[in-house]
Design a protein. Structure first.
Ligand SMILES: *Cc1c(COP(=O)(O)O)cnc(C)c1O
Length: 364
């Protein structure tokens, strides 16, 4: 069989180890997964109530227009309902963007390290990738990315706060960037962690859509909303972009359960507030702990911290996993000698801190 040539250079997504496998492998009872930036506080109780109280209807196809959620979000964000596109996670929207805007000979621009799916899907479409290393502090090299624009540049990806460095761009930087970027280059602003931003650092990117019809903003229910297992996310853009993406979108690409849950979750902003506060508290505590053992880290505006490790990230990962803590080694994220740690529950973080302290003492 003859697949696309480019697929020979790609490997399937390598997910973090599954909790069950690790339990078996290391004979552990208690496993804490801090590897995928999931919400350690779960999800809105109101979503739980919904699934307890109502009989599910699984034999009928979902609403392919995602009407209820669409109208809810369009009202809340004050955008045209036709400005919204829904996906099986925002990850599927990344895929749709590549399918509809990229072909052989096109170029895309992104930072490195950043969310790996931008590159993966662009490669599948045969595009060339211009990757620009993040600045020393882990921020996007926006000037260099702009300078790299060529006639064949179709998409520029900006992830803010950036996964895995956690650094966010400022409103001034974004506006400056959009004002200088050619208007026929699509700018994808991936705001998967927007709910974790301090309110004064919010970019109000949606407010920039009128002036910049080449912008699309991506959001997800997988992180702060805690619905990663249901797979639903959305994009906000000029209706012309949405119409283009709709041509490559599967007709029933989000499930009815995900749509229903997202409606309830979106309406429960108290849960998001709670998540925000707990995360900020946990982040601060963890940062103070790392400083106390002499470890450095990248500043983070998200629900994870990229920590600089004394030996390889893989070594710290191996030590932590033996003690029941799963993190993501930077070697797999393109930034060696780091680990990316999702901020977990306070009691779990305390246990992990003791493990890291022992690890550091053994190295001394
Ligand atoms: C987690 C994540 C996503 C995708 O999440 P979905 O579950 O597909 O919605 C997108 N971008 C970034 C930067 C992420 O970290």
């Amino acid at each position: 069989m003859r697949s696309k040539e480019v697929l020979k250079q790609l490997s399937p997504y390598k997910q973090g180890k599954q909790t069950k496998d690790i339990q078996k492998e290391f004979g552990l009872d208690y496993i804490v997964k801090l590897a995928s930036n999931e919400n350690p506080y779960g999800f809105s109780d109101k979503v739980k109530e919904l699934f307890r109280a109502s009989e599910p209807v699984f034999n009928i196809y979902p609403d392919g227009y995602t009407s209820e959620l669409r109208y809810l979000i369009s009202e809340k964000l004050n955008v045209n309902p036709e400005s919204l596109i829904f996906g099986s996670g925002s990850e599927e929207i990344i895929q749709m963007l590549c399918r509809s805007y990229l072909t052989i000979g096109d170029q895309v621009i992104m930072a490195t390290p950043t969310f790996p799916q931008y590159k993966h899907y662009a490669l599948i479409e045969g595009a060339e990738i211009a990757e620009h290393p993040v600045n020393e502090d882990g921020s996007h090299p926006l000037d260099k990315m702009l300078e790299a624009v060529q006639d064949n540049t179709k998409i520029i990806w900006i992830c803010t706060p950036n996964n895995p460095t956690g650094i966010a761009i400022s409103k001034e930087e974004l506006e400056n960037f959009l004002n200088r970027c050619p208007s026929d280059v699509l700018v994808v602003l991936d705001e998967a962690y927007v709910e974790f931003l301090q309110p004064e650092k919010d970019l109000n990117a949606v407010g920039l859509l009128d002036k910049h019809p080449n912008l699309i903003v991506l959001r997800t229910f997988s992180k702060a909303y805690g619905l990663a297992g249901l797979r639903i996310g959305y994009g906000i853009a000029d209706p012309l972009i949405v119409e283009t993406l709709d041509k490559v979108r599967g007709p029933f690409n989000t499930t009815s359960a995900a749509q229903q849950a997202a409606v309830i979750a979106f309406s429960d902003q108290d849960f998001i507030q709670h998540t925000y506060r707990e995360n900020k508290k946990g982040l601060k505590q963890f940062q103070a702990f790392l400083t106390s053992i002499g470890w450095d880290y990248y500043e983070s505006e998200a629900n994870f911290l990229l920590v600089k490790t004394p030996k390889s990230g893989m070594d710290a990962f191996d030590y932590l996993i033996k003690h029941g803590f799963i993190v993501r080694p930077g070697e797999l994220l393109g930034i060696p000698n780091t680990i990316r740690v999702t901020i977990g529950k306070e009691e779990d973080m305390k246990i992990m801190e003791n493990i890291l302290k022992d690890y550091q003492e053994q190295l001394n």
